[in-house]
Ligand binder design. Structure first.
Ligand code: ADP
Length: 411
């Protein structure tokens, strides 16, 4: 436009002007292209930088979320560890409390007896014996619980003659109930299996705990053992018409040392461990235990267990009796100062074909072990002159040729 207008005004200079304008146009065009190119490059760079920043931010946010999750998990683990720690401390305080009361009684009465005075010795001795029995029950219960909790308890798969097993329980408790003037009812489903597989000792322990509680906490009326079977599940109900348990105590009574708060029940002796053990045992046998109770009317404990029925030949096979053993005659040395124990062990071993030697103390045992080189020595721990453990140590060191395997069991 400028070249054209200039050409109209100055026709002579129009060619030069057009030329100049054209050069200027191309120069500016190249500059503009360069500027546009730089601009595009800058935009692309900033977009890439923005994308990278976005990516980094997202990664950071992910990391923060992961840290939050880890932190939450750590907090939960910390809370669980703290509550386990508190529970353990409470348990230990409970143990100490339970041990201290009978110990104090023993200590106090022993001091009174020592000082002489007006105290009747038979009464003091009765209290001491009762307290010692309580301590012994406590120790047994605590051992059971620690064994179960540490997983050291090994379950057996016994073949149990079920009706006979129940008869034994009923015989044991019918007399106790009679002595207390209460009725014992034994109710069983008609189609109970003849033989079942379970850990006989542990099942008996559960039922004995529940039945002895039922009799203990029932001043009058009746205690009922009811056994039903649905499919493979056997349900034992131990019901009574006794003191009952307050609703607020129902959840707690399965915890160690919890004895509820019913005065009538608290007045009776107990460790507060029986139900804890029964519950733990029921659970490791794969079953469940439940309770329903009304104060003043009675309680019903239900144990549901999967008891598989033993079939055919397995069920009717008589227990295997050992009569002898194969291989060379083995020599066994018994060291025990109690002649009855020596006789008992000899009576078991001699008919099986063992050569049995016996001595009454440690030095004699060492001397005979040297001469006779027995295959096994059965040692009593407490013997005159030298303890069984010391004898075992010397035999081990001297290498008398005695095989000390199984010494742990005999000890
Ligand atoms: P213990 O009998 O040694 O006190 P347990 O753990 O066996 O300990 O029982 C805990 C508590 O539960 C008892 O102290 C008692 O208060 C209550 N209890 C258990 N069984 C019965 C029952 N059959 N009737 C009433 N109370 C019961």
């Amino acid at each position: 436009m400028i070249g054209y207008e200039f050409g109209v005004l100055e026709p002579n200079a129009s060619a030069a002007v057009r030329q100049t304008l054209l050069v200027a146009f191309y120069a500016l065009f190249i500059l503009a292209a360069l500027a546009a190119w730089l601009l595009v490059l800058a935009r692309a760079g900033s977009r890439a930088a923005e994308a990278e920043t976005g990516h980094q931010t997202a990664m950071l946010l992910d990391e923060i979320a992961a840290h939050e999750r880890t932190d939450a998990a750590l907090q939960t683990a910390k809370a669980a560890a703290e509550s386990a720690n508190t529970a353990k401390s409470r348990y230990i305080v409970g143990v100490i409390h339970e041990i201290r009361a009978p110990l104090n009684a023993i200590f106090g009465y022993a001091q009174l007896l020592e000082a002489g005075g007006t105290l009747r010795p038979d009464e003091a001795i009765r209290t001491i014996r009762r307290s010692a029995a309580h301590l012994s029950n406590l120790v047994d219960g605590l051992l059971d619980i620690s064994q179960i909790e540490s997983g050291a308890l090994h379950l057996h798969r016994d073949l149990v003659d079920f009706p006979d097993f129940l008869d034994q329980l009923v015989d044991m408790f019918r007399l106790q109930a009679q002595a207390k003037g209460i009725v014992f009812k034994d109710e069983r489903a008609r189609m109970l299996p003849r033989h079942v597989h379970t850990d006989e000792k542990r099942l008996r322990q559960i039922l004995i705990n529940l039945l002895s509680n039922a009799i203990k906490y029932t001043p009058k009326g009746e205690v009922r053992l009811n056994v039903q079977r649905r499919g493979l599940v056997t349900e034992f109900t131990i019901a009574d018409t006794g003191n009952g348990i307050r609703p607020e105590d129902l959840a707690k009574i399965f915890e160690p040392f919890e004895r509820g708060h019913l005065p009538a029940s608290n007045a009776l002796p107990g460790t507060g461990l029986g139900l804890t053990i029964s519950k733990l045992l029921t659970e490791i046998l794969g079953g469940e235990i439940a309770v329903e109770s009304t104060p003043g009317q009675g309680s019903a404990f239900k144990v549901r267990l999967l008891l598989s029925e033993a079939q055919g030949a397995e069920a009717v096979a008589p227990p295997r009796r050992m009569t002898a053993y194969a291989g060379p005659r083995r020599k066994i040395l018994i060291a025990d100062d109690d002649a009855d124990h020596v006789r008992l062990v000899s009576d078991v071993l001699l008919p099986l074909g063992f050569v049995v030697l016996s001595v009454a103390d440690g030095p004699a045992c060492l001397a005979l072990a040297q001469d006779a080189a027995p295959d096994l020595i059965i040692l009593d721990i407490s013997m005159p002159f030298m303890s069984g453990l010391e004898v075992a140590g010397r035999c081990g060191r001297g290498g008398e040729g005695a095989d000390l395997d199984g010494l742990g069991q005999s000890a």
